[in-house]
Design a protein around this ligand. Structure first.
Ligand SMILES: [Zn+2]
Length: 259
């Protein structure tokens, strides 16, 4: 569990083989980002004595939305989802939110939540930027990696990652999957001499030995070690010399798909 400046706390709830459902709580109130599994969330709410006051959905994939209906029916709480008529959101009668929108929660008076539209993994993918410090990023960015392009194009995903890269370096990023170790193995094939990446490989191995999350991560660490945020410096190096950064991204994403 992590203490934060605005008195909210954020807890990773492991689910399925490698998902994290992110629980945001203050006092007895809680919000949940991407409840793929209702039972995992109910157990955590019960253990902490929290009531669920809202559900935030980053995109329509079942491992992010599968528990939302049961939770909503139990807690009668609002659901916020991308502005898309997908059946996964329709059955929830979700509030559809757009880029730049602010979401307010009565029971979290000090919490600000801005919606960022970040297409690529899916076309409707959004992220939630809380207290201008915590980015709940679904499947856009992972520790040392990025999401697959199920619906969007490489330039779309590249632009979304560049938007994340423009946030303050101390931003804490909360991806929805524990893929860091495998992503680092791939990143080392791209930048074997990156000492920050080598250090991260050692740190990650120690955490995973004890089955601990490698997340959240920080934007500063991602900029130093995540090849998908390093396309500009890579475009100045020998292998990709004079490539456009977006073409470096496209090439790296294609390589990662078969790694
Ligand atoms: Zn997904």
């Amino acid at each position: 569990m992590q203490e934060t400046s605005a008195s909210i706390q954020i807890t990773a709830l492991p689910a399925f083989s490698d998902n994290y459902l992110w629980l945001i709580h203050a006092g007895k109130h809680a919000l949940l980002v991407d409840p793929g599994d209702a039972a995992v969330v109910e157990q955590a709410l019960k253990a902490g004595g929290y009531q669920l006051d809202g559900i935030l959905l980053t995109h329509h994939h079942a491992d992010h939305t599968g528990g939302a209906l049961a939770l909503q029916q139990h807690w009668r709480c609002p659901v916020y989802a991308p502005d898309n008529d997908h059946p996964a959101y329709r059955e929830l009668n979700a509030f559809r939110v757009q880029d730049g929108e602010q979401i307010a929660f009565k029971t979290f008076p000090d919490l600000s939540c801005e919606v960022l539209a970040l297409p690529g993994h899916t076309l409707d993918h959004i992220a939630f930027y809380i207290n201008q410090q915590h980015l709940f990023s679904g499947d856009i960015i992972f520790g040392a990696g990025c999401g697959r392009l199920f619906e969007g194009s490489p330039p779309q995903m590249y632009a979304s990652l560049q938007r994340i890269a423009a946030l303050p370096p101390a931003t804490l990023i909360y991806p929805a999957h524990e893929y860091t170790a495998h992503n680092i193995a791939f990143a080392l094939t791209v930048e074997p001499g990156n000492t920050a990446l080598q250090q991260r490989a050692r740190d990650t191995a120690l955490l995973r030995q004890d089955n601990k999350p490698t997340l959240p991560t920080t934007l500063a660490l991602e900029k130093a070690t995540n090849p998908f945020l390093r396309c500009l410096p890579l475009s100045r190096e020998k292998e990709f010399h004079d490539w456009e950064p977006v073409d470096v991204f496209t090439e790296l994403r294609a390589r990662r798909n078969v790694f």
